[in-house]
Design a protein around this ligand. Structure first.
Ligand SMILES: *[C@@H]1O[C@H](CO)[C@@H](O)[C@H](O)[C@H]1NC(C)=O
Ligand SMILES: *[C@@H]1O[C@H](CO)[C@@H](O)[C@H](O)[C@H]1NC(C)=O
Length: 234
């Protein structure tokens, strides 16, 4: 009887040891990754201790999407089902690094829609852990293009347009003294890659200088672009 108990205890102990040997932590950077649109970036993630992840499931998820799946590695294969379409052909793991617990994701040609919180989720047979990192995307748009639309409502109609921004920029019209001119709300369009185009009409009255400036700025990335126009007097 006691031998049976002893054997059972050994089995329990061995099972626990097996579990403990499988334990790991998933780690990555605590500061956000700041990416410039168009660049290739690495989202760091690794196991501690640095055991092999080759036999594990590695999931990369973008928590700001409903269906979430950015990348999956399972049973030594890349699983492409259910991948968010905007990530198709732009994501990979460093497969030659998996044996030492490096599960970082490479993301190429960063675009506006890539901004978000990414979870690196790693599952072994009897253990799992995850780590979430934040990615911020910066894109400076084009120099504003100003066009003259002709006489409107007792003044001159002007249009300013700038494209390719991330995050969403602000657009203002200024006179030669730097005073804001009143205009309606800008028209904002977000394209399929998550970049913003802004447009704003204004009607100006003739002034001494007849100089007007369109300024597009984004405070988070601390960037601005301006175009000045000089209207010939009547
Ligand atoms: C794993 O970590 C140990 C201790 O931190 C280090 O000495 C070893 O070089 C690492 N192994 C690999 C394959 O990176
Ligand atoms: C993982 O591998 C990539 C590519 O070789 C490397 O740039 C990165 O520093 C590695 N990360 C860790 C934590 O070893």
């Amino acid at each position: 009887y006691s031998t049976t108990i002893y054997i059972l205890q050994c089995i329990v102990l061995l099972y626990k040891l097996q579990c403990i040997s499988d334990q790991f932590e998933v780690l990555g950077p605590t500061d956000p990754i700041v990416a410039v649109a168009g660049d290739d970036i690495i989202l760091p993630c690794y196991l501690k201790p640095n055991i092999s992840a080759e036999d594990m499931t590695v999931d990369w998820l973008n928590l700001d999407f409903l269906d979430r799946r950015v990348y999956r590695y399972q049973n030594h294969r890349i699983i492409r089902d259910d991948q968010i379409p905007s990530y198709r052909g732009r994501t990979s793991l460093f497969e030659e690094e998996l044996w030492r617990g490096n599960t970082s994701l490479k993301l190429t040609r960063v675009q506006g829609t890539d901004e978000g919180r990414y979870k690196c989720f790693i599952k072994a047979k009897s253990w799992y852990d995850d780590f979430t990192i934040q990615v911020l995307v910066e894109a400076v748009g084009s120099k504003p293009v100003v066009s003259i639309e002709g006489h409107r409502e007792g003044g001159m109609g002007l249009l300013c347009e700038s494209e390719g921004w991330h995050p969403e920029p602000e657009l203002v019209w200024l006179d030669s003294e730097g005073v804001h001119l009143s205009a309606g709300p800008p028209k904002i369009h977000k394209d399929i890659k998550g970049f913003y185009t802004v447009k704003l009409h204004v009607i100006v009255q003739e002034t001494d200088t007849n100089r007007f400036t369109c300024r597009v700025q984004q405070s988070r990335i601390n960037e601005k672009m301006e175009t000045e126009i000089h209207l010939p007097s009547e």
